[in-house]
Write a protein that binds this ligand. Structure first.
Ligand code: DX5
Ligand code: ZN
Length: 219
């Protein structure tokens, strides 16, 4: 299984967002992860569709947009038009997650569903065949730099089995507190896409390329 790395630009220098997006893309990122927060669904405010549009020309990697906003449906089209390739939503962010999934599909984009630490994987039972990506939150959403919640590995393992049983190529992404110590645990449990903000952008004296390689387990 090839492990893909999705640096979260939340941990980058926002004053140089375009350059940072380009830098991680050239450093070997597979996806560029964009954390969208509204101060309502989560206790923090980050960026909107205009910023996604602004960074789009700085990368040819998969633009992986993680929406932590409620309501979410009214904004799907704007993020799709801004250049998102994957749009990931939370089932708690709207009354009808199945409708939200259809909205994303209707925009011609890939769709992900995110599972919060307090949400059981069973919410995906009737949705799994509809999605391209499942995102396991290994922190409560809202901030970068938090500590990995160990129970996430159990959920990743459960989802690995559920995904394999579908026979479909569905990404199993993990997000929050991924560093050089927790990455192998997430990979061992079956994750194949690692979101990493702090570890990529602030992972010590190494270059972004080194950090990405280390997260992948290549060095
Ligand atoms: C949290 C976000 C994460 C976060 C990851 O709500 O979804 O993507 O920025 O940051 P690190 O890698 O620093 O935990
Ligand atoms: Zn995220």
């Amino acid at each position: 299984m090839t492990v893909r790395i999705a640096p979260s630009i939340l941990a980058s220098d926002f004053a140089r967002l375009g350059e940072e997006t380009r830098a991680v893309s050239e450093a070997g990122a597979d996806y560029v992860h964009v954390d969208v927060m509204d101060g309502h669904f989560v206790p923090n405010i980050t960026i909107g569709p205009d910023v996604v549009r602004a960074i789009r020309p700085y990368t040819d990697k998969v633009l992986d947009v993680h929406l932590m906003i409620s309501p979410v449906d009214p904004f799907i089209e704007a993020f799709a038009e801004a250049g998102a390739d994957i749009i990931t939503v939370h089932p708690e962010a709207g009354a009808h997650v199945h409708r939200t999934i259809q909205l994303v599909r209707g925009c011609g984009k890939k769709v992900g569903v995110s599972i919060n630490p307090g949400t059981p994987v069973s919410v995906l039972e009737d949705l799994l065949h509809e999605v391209d990506l499942v995102l396991v939150m290994s922190v409560n959403p809202g901030f970068g730099g938090q500590k990995f919640i160990p129970n996430a590995t159990r959920k990743i393992a459960q989802l690995r089995e559920m995904i394999d049983a579908t026979g479909k190529a569905i990404d199993l992404q993990v997000d929050g507190g991924i560093n050089f110590e927790t990455a192998p645990k997430a990979i061992g449990a079956g994750a194949d896409v690692l979101v990493a903000g702090t570890a990529t952008f602030k992972g010590g004296p190494h270059s972004y390329a080194d950090n990405i390689r280390r997260l992948r387990g290549e060095v």
